[in-house]
Design a protein. Structure first.
Length: 352
């Protein structure tokens, strides 16, 4: 999950106490000290936007001002490029990792690639769902959050099991300030999470997914329960919890999907959280912050206890964290505010 890359940093940062709040109780997690980041690869891109990983490939999109997706091996060595893609933004892998979906908001399309041969296999026009910018998959339904204008955001769907594939828009009864951030997990295809970005306070809604692909609104976070300026969301592997990375507060908020009235856990990080991803097994959470001179990436247990942290030396691109399928590494993409080429970091994760 991601939003537009943030390449500026405030010179002022607030001090952050290390702690964990669960049900109103402050606990003090103990974890390994911050590690120096693993060697990085400088990417042949001007900018970066999102990252996903299969067992054999890592894909990094370049955002709406460029036209490429970089492809590397699991160690970060550049293998090639997917080119002629107008403004590639959000990336998504099929559940079996055989297909890569690329959101192309500049041209109201979503492209599909075979992750083995790297050939384009389909191009879907989203029609009235202008500026598709976030992606989620539930079975044979590809959902996309779209919206070019303020309060013009909504959710669309592509039925992949039909030939030709059919596109539906306006699935949500509510309007979003901009394209909603979406999240699903393979283990619970009947649950879809939609986050309202760019507002203070932010909000998160839960929808149930019918067999037909229709969405039914279930519940929304209570007013002011979430923080401000939502930047990334992640659904837990069992769909029991949803995790939020926001400009404030300075940590990851967790909410029980069955009850969004109040946060179930708060995990302090550093200033300006901007990324969160749950490992495929659900045993670890990776969180990131747009932090100056402080750790950028945090590896956490589901109970919020910190396992280790990493300093990247550059700004973490918003939403640009991805787990390796085996959970042994996290891929993080960073870029300096000056506009130097983005870097791909392969971060080793301690065994459970």
């Amino acid at each position: 999950m991601h939003q537009t890359t943030r390449l500026t940093r405030s010179t002022a940062r607030l001090a952050l106490a290390t702690g964990l709040v669960i049900a109103g109780t402050l606990l003090h997690p103990f974890g390994a000290a911050a590690q120096a980041a693993a060697p990085y690869t400088e990417l042949p891109l001007d900018r970066a936007d999102d990252v996903v990983a299969t067992a054999e490939r890592v894909f990094i999109s370049s955002g709406n001002l460029s036209q490429s997706v970089a492809v590397t091996d699991p160690a970060g060595e550049v293998l090639g490029m997917l080119d002629a893609l107008p403004g590639p933004a959000d990336l998504l892998l099929s559940d079996d990792q055989s297909t890569l979906y690329v959101a192309l908001p500049n041209v109201n399309q979503i492209a599909a690639f075979d992750t083995g041969s790297l050939t384009e296999t389909a191009r879907y026009a989203t029609g009235a769902g202008a500026c598709p910018s976030s992606l989620a998959l539930a079975g044979d339904r590809l959902y996309f959050g779209y919206g070019c204008d303020q309060w013009g955001g909504n959710i669309g769907r592509i039925d992949l099991d039909q030939q030709p594939a059919t596109v539906h828009t306006g699935l949500a009864s509510e309007s979003f300030y901009r394209h909603p951030l979406l999240s699903t997990v393979p283990g619970a295809p009947s649950v879809l999470i939609a986050g309202q970005p760019a507002l203070s306070p932010a909000s998160v809604s839960v929808y149930s997914v019918a067999a037909s692909g229709a969405l039914a609104f279930q519940r929304r976070t209570a007013h002011t329960a979430a923080g401000s300026n939502l930047r990334d969301i992640a659904l837990g592997a069992d769909a029991a919890s949803v995790y939020l990375a926001q400009g404030a507060p300075y940590g990851i908020q967790a909410f029980a999907v069955a009850d969004l009235n109040q946060q179930s856990m708060f995990i302090p990080t550093t200033a300006y959280p901007n990324a969160v991803e749950v490992s495929p097994s659900g045993a670890r959470i990776a969180a990131g912050s747009d932090a100056a001179y402080q750790p950028d990436v945090f590896i956490l247990r589901p109970d919020g206890i910190r396992v280790t942290t990493f300093e990247l030396g550059q700004t973490l691109v918003t939403g640009a964290l991805a787990w390796s399928p085996d959970g042994g590494a996290v891929y993080a993409v960073s870029q300096h505010w000056s506009g130097s080429p983005p870097q791909l970091h392969v971060l080793p994760v301690p065994a459970a």
